[in-house]
Design a protein around this ligand. Structure first.
Ligand code: MG
Ligand code: MG
Length: 269
């Protein structure tokens, strides 16, 4: 069942997404070498609850934390822990918020300190692929056009691995609604995109091969070849002509620019 949202519902989802963006902005201001995932997780939960909202991931199918924190070869669903981030790490932070009956969901990958140019380029291309996918999220296109645009850029143009097992999703009263939004696909295939469809688009792109495995913690997904993976996500609503992006990475990226511990990868796009 696909739920198309009214304008009022879209505004509520936007509020949840903007709180997610505020959390990611806070992470961008504070993340540095020596910081632990569990510390940013605690701060994120406080910030969300201070706004009268609830963490969207905590307790979801038993997930124990507010943020998914996935470093280096971790693709997604990392559990924030007591390991310190190191100079040269990339850290993907995924956040969900539940407020006024609706979820918001977005993710950003941060480059801490001296990250190799090869991995910075993976991050740039993953971010760029997200926006290419969003460019297809318009009335009259088909679902496969989104995945095609992402795959075309990440896999065919740049020879990265596009994760198949994990996908974007519809979002609203539930964190994961229909349809699934794969990061691969064929142009002109799949259901037509209609006005009011709210989806999270979230390319997970691997420096090496596309294959993944899961750690014994039951959550953390890693690349099988242990090479780096990047993840960028926005929640968007399909509209005529241009998707409306409900989450907002501009404050996150301003904070990245102003944090001397981080490399800014947003400039070259
Ligand atoms: Mg997410
Ligand atoms: Mg998501």
């Amino acid at each position: 069942m696909v739920y198309y949202k009214t304008s009022e519902e879209v505004e509520l989802i936007r509020q949840s997404c903007l709180l997610v963006s505020k959390v990611l902005e806070h992470v961008a201001k504070t993340i540095k070498p020596g910081m632990k995932g569990e510390v940013i997780d605690k701060q994120a939960e406080e910030l969300i609850r201070d706004h009268g909202a609830e963490p969207g991931f905590k307790g979801y199918r038993g997930f124990p934390a507010t943020l998914c924190v996935s470093a280096n070869e971790s693709v997604v669903h990392g559990i924030p822990g007591n390991q310190q981030f190191a100079d040269g790490d990339i850290v993907s932070v995924d956040c969900g918020v539940f407020q006024n009956g609706f979820f918001g969901d977005a993710a950003y990958t941060f480059a801490i300190g001296d990250v190799s140019e090869e991995i910075l380029e993976l991050m740039r291309v993953t971010r760029e692929s997200l926006y290419l996918g969003i460019g297809q999220a318009v009335v009259g296109k088909r679902l496969g056009d989104i995945g095609h645009a992402i795959q075309e850029n990440a896999e065919r143009k740049h020879n990265y691995g596009v994760v198949r097992e994990l996908v974007g999703h519809g979002i609203g009263k539930s964190l994961h609604e229909s349809p699934e939004v794969p990061n691969y696909g064929r142009r002109g295939t799949g259901p037509m995109l209609k006005d009011g469809l709210v989806i999270a688009i979230e390319p997970m792109i691997n420096l090496g091969r596309k294959e993944i495995s899961q750690l014994d913690d039951g959550w953390t997904v890693i690349t099988r070849d242990k090479k780096a993976s990047a993840h960028f996500e926005h929640t968007v609503v399909v509209r005529k002509g241009e998707a409306d992006i409900l989450s907002n990475h501009s404050l996150v990226e301003l904070a990245v620019k102003n944090n001397p511990e981080l490399k800014d990868i947003s400039e070259k796009n």
